[in-house]
Design a binder for this molecule. Structure first.
Ligand SMILES: [Zn+2]
Length: 93
């Protein structure tokens, strides 16, 4: 959105390729996939959130940390990692 370095129509001229998620175990990679252009794209189809039937398309610079991707999944798609060991501790004060 604030990235003005790329042109508006980058679909046809985008020569970057998908990078397989092989070996990526983080929760975010169930939704995101990185491209060779150094960005990670949200590929989740979530009509309730996006209003269309296509992939979400949200993307952010893919670095080593996944916090911004996780933030997107949490706040936009309302998806949370389901862990068996998740502790639902209801602390009654
Ligand atoms: Zn998304």
């Amino acid at each position: 959105m604030t990235d003005s370095s790329s042109s508006s129509s980058n679909n046809n001229t985008d020569i970057s390729r998908w990078i397989p998620n092989t070996g990526k175990t983080s929760f975010v990679w169930k939704f995101f996939q990185a491209k060779t252009n150094g960005r990670a794209y949200c590929r989740k189809i979530d009509k309730a959130a996006t209003g269309h039937d296509n992939e979400c398309g949200y993307n952010c610079a893919y670095k080593s940390q996944t916090s911004s991707m996780l933030y997107h999944i949490h706040n936009f798609h309302k998806q949370f990692e389901k862990k068996l060991e998740v502790s639902k501790r209801l602390k009654i004060i």
